[in-house]
Design a protein around this ligand. Structure first.
Ligand SMILES: Nc1ncnc2c1ncn2[C@@H]1O[C@H](COP(=O)(O)OP(=O)(O)OP(=O)(O)O)[C@@H](O)[C@H]1O
Length: 291
């Protein structure tokens, strides 16, 4: 294995990405998406779009780029789709600078330039505000503010969809996090209508792509993506999500076959006759209601 992704559970919520391949030219990078990574990236991207009906004729989609590996791949996938697939939609690439260090901002700009992604970068003082008003636990507040800001920008550009770079592992980690830490069963949906922004939806086209292949692709490009660009929590907060990721990896090592797929499928195969209660449209139902 040529890439290194290290997690230090004790004091670091960030993943460190070390690139071990030499820099590839743009043509090779673009080709790799549909050739070298056809099975594990391109086909899964197309499958998610079809299976979850993520794109409709006439859509204008804002692709949100943080500069990390996931959203860089997402942007390139959309470009390839326009080149090689149906061209029934429009796309805008947006990146919000929440108050990055100037070197991080430069890295984001350079990577987008190199990858020929015409990105619209705009400023928002999210880090400063999250730090001020959310004190010790800024991450939740930061995530909510980021989402709101991206919705607003997408709407301003006339988009009706916001594409985010969440992938398969984000989905299964969310399932487990909710069970183990929140005591409920909720998954991260492949698409979702915005509550506070009219006619706006989130879509997650990387839904079926495993993180392992995103890391491989990123490493293949030879580019260093942004990782751990946060200026607020830095290394202070140990991430529960990292522990969940580790738990899944440990189970796989211990011989639980298909544990990741099974966690994923658990949200596909819910038997409503075999649960004690569930809520729909804000209304709670108990199994005794129609026993
Ligand atoms: N500052 C930002 N500007 C634009 N989009 C963003 C920004 N921050 C997050 N996003 C979007 O939200 C998604 C999820 O954000 P999160 O911080 O969880 O990303 P991540 O898992 O680190 O992914 P990535 O590798 O793309 O950074 C990103 O993939 C991206 O689509």
């Amino acid at each position: 294995m040529r890439y290194v992704l290290t997690n230090n559970l004790a004091n670091n919520s960030c993943e460190t990405f070390n690139v071990s391949e030499e820099l590839k030219d743009l043509q090779a990078i673009e080709k790799s998406i549909i050739k070298r990574y056809r099975k594990n990236i391109w086909s899964k991207f197309i499958k998610a779009i079809k299976e979850y009906e993520l794109i409709q004729d006439g859509d204008k989609i804002a692709v949100a780029i943080s500069g990390g590996k996931d959203s860089l791949l997402l942007a390139k996938l959309f470009q390839e789709l326009k080149k090689n697939g149906k061209n029934n939609f429009e796309v805008e690439f947006i990146a919000m600078d929440p108050g990055y260090h100037k070197d991080i901002r430069k890295l984001l700009e350079n990577n987008c330039n190199y990858l020929n992604i015409p990105v619209n970068i705009y400023d928002a003082d999210i880090f400063e505000v999250a730090d001020k008003i959310a004190g010790k636990y800024p991450c939740y507040m930061c995530a909510r503010m980021r989402r709101g800001s991206l919705y607003a920008k997408a709407q301003e550009l006339g988009c009706n969809k916001l594409a985010l770079g969440h992938h398969f592992n984000d989905v299964i980690e969310t399932n487990l996090l909710n069970i183990l830490c929140a005591g409920n069963f909720k998954t991260m949906m492949p698409k979702l209508k915005a509550q506070n922004f009219e006619n706006m939806e989130i879509i997650r086209p990387l839904y079926l792509i495993k993180e392992e292949y995103i890391i491989r692709w990123m490493n293949y490009t030879g580019l260093m993506p942004l990782n751990c660009a946060c200026m607020v929590s830095a290394k202070k907060i140990g991430s529960t999500r990292v522990k969940i990721k580790q738990l899944i990896e440990d189970m796989e090592k211990d011989g639980f076959t298909n544990v990741d797929i099974n966690i994923f499928r658990s949200a596909q195969n819910v038997e409503l006759d075999r649960v004690l209660g569930y809520s729909k449209n804000g209304e709670y139902h108990n199994f005794l209601d129609d026993y």
